[in-house]
Write a protein that binds this ligand. Structure first.
Ligand SMILES: [Zn+2]
Length: 396
């Protein structure tokens, strides 16, 4: 593996510390070996040097909430195989656009296989997958449909932990997707959520919970779910509860945003409900930020949606630095992978991207794949730009 020196770059290390105006980052054996002002870092012999004058290096982005495969309960065996193989293309496009880690929000035992073949290097060029295995109710919001009542839920959680899932994904409220369902509908009851959380925590696994509105939000918070997702109709009581318990809030603003509404061919009932919810969603995130609630990024979208999420977070009052730290360090922390990634510190995996210009001055520098000039995962320079099976190219 070639050791690489990225020099003369603006470096944002993802910790929240001020950027280095003109820095050098050394990558050795796939890890960050040194980072500091260019004047203070000597480049050892044998390193490939890449001059990044005028450009910015930052940790690769993390989308903590995507649906990489179909909903487990709606797939037969061949559907699972097909869906996970298609997921390879999705994860390749994510990496080309600077996202090196994806939290999978409704995974299955088959998704663990996909995670492992990527991790083992049998499949190349993909963002890493952190698998949240779905444990959800019959006719619930996410159609995994594998458990109802405390004891079935405990068994399903045990099965998913046995399948080596990274976290458990569940639902406390309805969502936008189904016409018969409202955000204010309860999904799992408090009793069911408590059993699920207790079982997951007994094996040190976190719980990510879909919860848009009351009473689902209150149930999710009372049960102690670790990561509260969405909150499109989040209210003051929920924000106070999240703050008091020190839970993560991963708002996935993208999914109610105009960009998502324009991109997807959703039925009118979905679009109308999302449009009505978006201002409440944004106001909730703005207030969460002012209260010092731990925010993390997810999108419920596809490759590149994280760039829209960053812009939306800045619209909600986060500084560009806060938004970048949210999409890197904080989301790594929420996914429980901060020991290996999420920041550009000594010994961390060299997962990073390089953009033209300065995203701290203008976050929209990060809102288009066009500005990405280099992506690195585990110290290896990846193809960038739109996926083109016939013409993978490397810039710089
Ligand atoms: Zn989702």
């Amino acid at each position: 593996m070639t050791n690489i020196a990225l020099t003369n770059a603006r470096i944002i290390d993802g910790t929240g510390r001020p950027e280095i105006g003109s820095g050098t980052l050394l990558v050795a054996n796939g890890q960050v070996a040194q980072v500091g002002p260019s004047s203070a870092v000597a480049i050892p012999e044998g390193y490939r040097t890449i001059d990044l004058r005028g450009k910015t290096v930052l940790p690769a982005l993390i989308d903590g909430h995507m649906h990489v495969t179909g909903e487990p309960g709606r797939l037969d065996h061949m559907g699972h195989v097909t869906s996970n193989l298609r997921g390879i293309g999705v994860l390749q496009q994510c990496l080309r656009w600077g996202t090196a880690t994806v939290g999978h929000a409704a995974g299955s035992a088959e998704s663990v296989v996909l995670r492992d073949v990527i991790r083992n290097g049998h499949v190349q060029g993909c963002a890493d997958l952190v698998v949240g295995a779905a444990v959800t109710a019959t006719c619930g919001h996410v159609r995994a449909g594998n458990a109802d009542g405390p004891w079935e839920i405990r068994k399903a959680v045990r099965e998913m932990i046995g399948a080596r899932a990274d976290f458990i994904k569940t639902c406390a409220s309805g969502g936008f997707q189904w016409e018969h369902e409202k955000l204010t509908h309860e999904d799992y009851s408090l009793e069911e959520l408590q059993a699920l959380v207790e079982q997951a925590h007994s094996r040190e696994k976190r719980v990510h919970v879909h919860a848009h509105a009351q009473p689902g939000l209150a149930n999710a918070i009372e049960a102690g779910c670790d990561v509260i997702l969405h909150g499109a109709l989040i209210d003051d009581a929920a924000l106070a509860g999240i703050a008091a318990k020190g839970l993560w809030y991963m708002p996935t603003l993208h999914i109610t945003s105009e960009q998502a509404r324009q991109t997807h061919k959703w039925p009118a009932y979905m679009v109308e409900a999302m449009k009505a919810a978006h201002p409440i969603h944004c106001a909730g995130v703005a207030k969460a930020h002012r209260m010092g609630i731990k925010l993390a990024t997810g999108t419920d979208g596809g490759p590149g949606s994280i760039m829209n999420e960053l812009r939306l977070l800045v619209d909600c009052g986060l500084s560009p630095m806060d938004a970048i730290v949210t999409a890197t360090r904080h989301t790594a922390d929420a996914l429980d992978i901060l020991d290996t990634t999420g920041t550009l510190e000594l010994g961390k995996r060299a997962n990073l991207l390089v953009v033209d210009d300065d995203p701290l001055r203008d976050i929209t520098v990060l809102s288009s794949p066009e500005t990405i000039s280099l992506v690195m995962k585990d110290g290896i320079i990846q193809p960038v730009g739109d996926f083109d099976p016939n013409g993978a190219r490397e810039r710089n």
